[in-house]
Design a protein around this ligand. Structure first.
Ligand code: MG
Length: 376
């Protein structure tokens, strides 16, 4: 069987490294044609060497090294690598809004997309869906919740979905008194109970903004109405999400908390292949609890649902303001409780543009970042 050629954008991040691990375990199935990163040259060089990868792109132009022939530099370098690629699948694991342009470029080149970066659908869900349709390519979700829904969808048709149950661990501060939220430190917020992830997404999990972004992502990925998405707090994260079909049957995807399961499925789809990852043990006091989300303690979730309801560019503003606020929190310039305040204030200043063009999306993104900076 011929190997599936893939590009991994964002190969040095958490998802990128786990993607390479999936490839490492399945060298008979996949060939890495190219990889990209922001500026972790040391790690990407190791990766290129280990897998014999010919194409390497570095987003940060300041690291330009003319002696490295065949390497691509800058954001335009990443797009050039996509342009020159013969891969059939592109894994998008770039952190933040920078994931959008390479995704659109890959779709334009007729490549299937394995999507880890939720910002792509949050910023431009409508536009991306339209381009996918035009080019006749497929989009495979990697985000664990969306992978779960996608897997559950194999037991029914899209039009038979009554609602989806988007599960959420509740983050590390689920049981913390609201009065203590002001004192939350960066170190405490970076300590997620269940999943190992990048820094921004870990903070987003602590504010529940991550679930809010996933709400919007799910809406576009599965063509749902807002009222068809129910967020359920499930601290054990055993159920990664579920679909309730119109006959009342619920199909849930359950498994160990390891992103490599979702990554592997997106890479091997429509097949499932063996792996040696952990299995759930049913005799270890397995428990499943469920709670309603607390919107007072976690206002970011409510703001995201509001952005989804308003539609258009409001979700661009939500994401940009949050990205900036989280960065400032990580730099210890603002308090944990300032994150939702900044998001709310920037959203309040914006009037959403319906069916935005790519340029409008990018302009609003820049505007919202500027507003968030001065909101501290
Ligand atoms: Mg997720």
């Amino acid at each position: 069987m011929e190997k599936k050629k893939i590009l991994v954008l964002g190969s040095t991040g958490s998802i990128g490294q786990q993607t390479l691990d999936v490839v490492r375990q399945n060298l008979d199935l996949f060939e890495l044609e190219g990889i990209s990163c922001n500026d972790n040259i040391e790690l990407i060089e190791q990766q290129a060497q280990e897998f014999g990868i010919k194409k390497v792109a570095i987003a940060n132009k300041k690291r330009l090294d003319k002696n490295r022939s065949g390497w691509y530099w800058g954001d335009e370098g990443i797009e050039e690598m996509i342009e020159n690629s013969s891969a059939e699948l592109v894994v998008i694991a770039i952190s933040g809004a920078k994931s959008l342009l390479p995704t659109l470029r890959a779709i334009g080149k007729g490549k299937n997309i394995a999507l880890a970066s939720k910002e792509v659908m949050v910023l431009a869900g409508e536009l991306v869906n339209q381009k996918i349709k035009e080019r006749g390519v497929k989009l495979f979700p990697i985000d664990s919740e969306h992978s779960a829904i996608w897997q559950a969808l194999r037991s029914g048709k899209s039009e038979e979905i009554e609602k989806i149950i988007l599960t959420c661990s509740g983050g590390p501060f689920r049981n913390l008194d609201q009065g203590d939220f002001e004192k939350i430190t960066v170190e405490q917020a970076l300590n997620h109970p269940n999943w190992s992830m990048g820094r921004r997404i870990t903070i987003d999990c602590a504010t529940l903004m991550n679930k809010g972004l996933e709400f919007i992502e799910a809406k576009w990925l599965f063509d749902l109405k807002d009222e068809q998405i129910q967020v359920v707090i499930h601290p054990q994260s055993l159920i990664h999400s579920a679909i309730q079909f119109q006959d009342g049957s619920i199909m849930a995807q359950i498994g160990d908390k390891d992103m490599r399961v979702a990554i592997q499925y997106a890479l091997t789809y429509p097949d499932r292949v063996k792996n040696s990852l952990n299995r759930i043990s049913w005799w270890d006091g397995l428990k499943m609890d469920f709670e309603k989300p607390n919107f007072d303690k976690f206002p970011c979730l409510g703001y995201a649902m509001e952005a989804s309801r308003v539609g258009g560019t409001m979700s661009v503003v939500l994401n940009a303001a949050d990205e900036v606020a989280v960065r400032m929190f990580l730099e210890k310039k603002i308090k944990f409780t300032d994150i939702p305040k900044i998001v709310e204030k920037v959203m309040a200043k914006h009037r959403a543009i319906k069916n935005p063009s790519l340029n409008q999306i990018l302009e609003v993104d820049v505007w919202a970042r500027g507003e968030a900076e001065i909101r501290q």
